[in-house]
Design a protein around this ligand. Structure first.
Ligand code: ADP
Length: 536
């Protein structure tokens, strides 16, 4: 017997209708590269979304067209996140910071029919235009006045496109399993791979994020994602903030300018933000150096890579409670989130601090397990490490254009899971250091060394070793205020904090670390830099 409830498909359109009902006058702020602020409300933005939907039809795009975007976090990109999927098409956010060959590969692999391009990226697209045969329409994300001279054929200004259109649109009722969003992995191993979300997967991810025991946004929040919308839809904030009735502040391109970002936080009274550790670290350093205060910002997600305890604790002192969220492009993206349970309040300080660094418990809907090299499941005892596998309605079952994966998705992360369900990432399989057949957790060493006040950034990588096959090498960006710091001091600082055999064989000082297109430290590039390293 079937239940007698209505068949109401979960769709991105339902998020839009809901926000129009509960948060029409809630603000949607967007900052451009030159610091200009656009002030919209969700009501205004959704009128522009309807105009954009009409424009997409006028361009005669295929009903299932993959429409590419190369854009920053701003109101136009927000509008694309709604108009494209709500007309049944697929919003394909492209990371413009990838190498041009990768951008070209991605556009061709997705067979994009139209590209919406921030003027900043037009020269890059012009250079590859002859190798993009599927693209029929080129739209610059600007007004007619700012439309650059370009060799792209019939390049149109986004605002001119919208100006011609009506303010209402007859939205179709779409199958909830219909594809809605496409995002490619950064391709750190091999070509980038497309992860194709659906209306249903996006809505479920947002509903689960918005539970009180998870990110738990409310209509009192003003959310500013520093994580870019081309990095898994800014972790879904353009959808989960309106779903919760929260205001949205889209910071534009200058997310690594800590002064501009803290000004914006204060000006718009931002309460909640999300970023990778490198960006949080930039804000922390700026606040430490200038004494600037950001009283409205009280909570934030740190994710995409492991953050050091020192960063959490210093941000606590600035009144911002950071919470660790783990995820990946293949997971739409959030899979687990770390908030304390009441019993954690009773823990001694060290244990409570350590608990914070775990990657948290799975969001409702996600199943997790760890397995050994033969695929045997391993105990959730908080000690045993294994490869993390996941399942769930917003986990990727196959890459775009590729055969189906197994029932469980292998995340490529190495983790422990404790009896309360808290998962802790200890490494990525490709970053794991195997010394004498045993795994060493680079993340735990990095965290231990970051507690030294003379360390600004630290990374541990495995380097070939004659006897042990691999040994850890510590690479440090020292604080300028510690000119007398020596590698030996740092290595002895680690004694007693990590197992003796994990202590790196050497420490090298560098001025900067290489970063990926999403702002994470690139261990791959660092390994390449040190691939001829000779142990003393
Ligand atoms: P990229 O390959 O560009 O890093 P993703 O953003 O999909 O693309 O990266 C997902 C990976 O990032 C995860 O598999 C994990 O290794 C790492 N990661 C994400 N969040 C965290 C976190 N909170 N702690 C540690 N590692 C994380």
């Amino acid at each position: 017997m079937k239940g007698l409830m209505m068949d109401a498909p979960l769709s991105i359109k339902t998020i839009m209708s809901h926000a129009e009902m509960i948060a029409a006058d809630t603000k949607l702020i967007s900052r451009s590269a030159d610091g200009d602020i656009s002030r919209l409300t969700y009501r205004h933005a959704f009128v522009r979304v309807a105009k954009l939907a009409n424009a997409l039809d006028r361009l005669e795009l295929d009903p299932e067209a993959r429409v590419g975007t190369l854009a920053w976090n701003d109101h136009r990109h927000f509008e694309l996140h709604y108009a494209i999927p709500c007309t049944g098409r697929i919003c394909h956010t492209i990371n413009p910071k990838l190498f041009p060959e990768q951008v070209r590969f991605i556009i061709n692999d997705a067979q994009n029919e139209a590209l919406f391009i921030d003027p900043e990226f037009i020269p890059m697209i012009e250079a590859m235009r002859d190798h993009l045969p599927s693209v029929k329409h080129w739209i610059a994300l600007c007004t007619a006045n700012n439309l650059p001279q370009s060799t792209l054929p019939n390049l149109q200004a986004y605002e001119s496109l919208l100006n011609r259109e009506q303010e209402s649109y007859d939205w179709p009722v779409l199958d909830e399993n219909r594809a809605s969003n496409l995002c490619y992995t950064s391709g750190t191993t091999g070509d980038p791979k497309g992860v194709l979300g659906s209306h249903r997967s996006i809505v479920l991810q947002c509903m689960s994020q918005n539970m009180a025991s998870q990110l738990g946004l409310t209509s009192e929040d003003v959310v500013m994602p520093l994580v870019p919308m081309f990095h898994v839809n800014a972790w879904c904030m353009p959808y989960s903030a309106p779903m919760a009735g929260a205001a949205l502040v889209l910071p534009g391109p200058q997310v690594s300018d800590a002064q501009a970002m803290t000004d914006l936080i204060n000006q718009e009274q931002v309460t909640f933000s999300l970023a990778v550790p490198t960006l949080w670290s930039g804000i922390n350093q700026f606040l430490n150096a200038t004494g600037t205060r950001i009283p409205s910002l009280n909570r934030g997600v740190i994710g995409g890579a492991a953050g050091a305890l020192k960063l959490y604790e210093e941000m606590d002192r600035h009144g911002v409670r950071l919470e660790n969220g783990w995820g990946m492009t293949e997971l739409s993206p959030i899979g687990s989130y770390n908030r304390y349970l009441p019993q954690h309040d009773q823990l001694p300080d060290d244990a409570r601090a350590d608990q914070r660094l775990k990657s948290g418990r799975p969001l409702f809907g996600i199943q997790m397990r760890i397995v050994d090299e033969d695929g045997n499941t391993l105990p959730h005892d908080g000690e045993t490490t294994g490869v993390l596998e996941i399942r769930g309605p917003w986990a990727c079952s196959a890459y775009y254009g590729k055969p189906r994966e197994h029932d469980w998705f292998n995340t490529g992360d190495v983790a422990t899971i404790d009896p309360l369900g808290y998962m802790r990432i200890t490494d990525r399989v490709k970053d794991v250091i195997k010394s004498g057949g045993e795994w060493i957790s680079s993340i735990e060493i990095e965290n231990a060394i970051m507690a030294h006040p003379g360390v600004r950034e630290a990374v541990v990588i495995g380097v070939a070793h004659q006897h042990w096959s691999e040994r850890p090498l510590l690479v440090v960006v020292p604080e300028e205020s510690y000119p007398l710091l020596t590698p030996e001091q740092l290595l002895s600082f680690l004694e007693g904090k990590i197992p003796k055999w994990w202590i790196p064989n050497a420490c090298e000082f560098v001025d900067t670390l290489p970063h990926t297109a999403t702002g994470k430290v690139s261990k791959k590039m660092l390994r390449e830099n040190f691939n001829r390293y000779q142990w003393a």
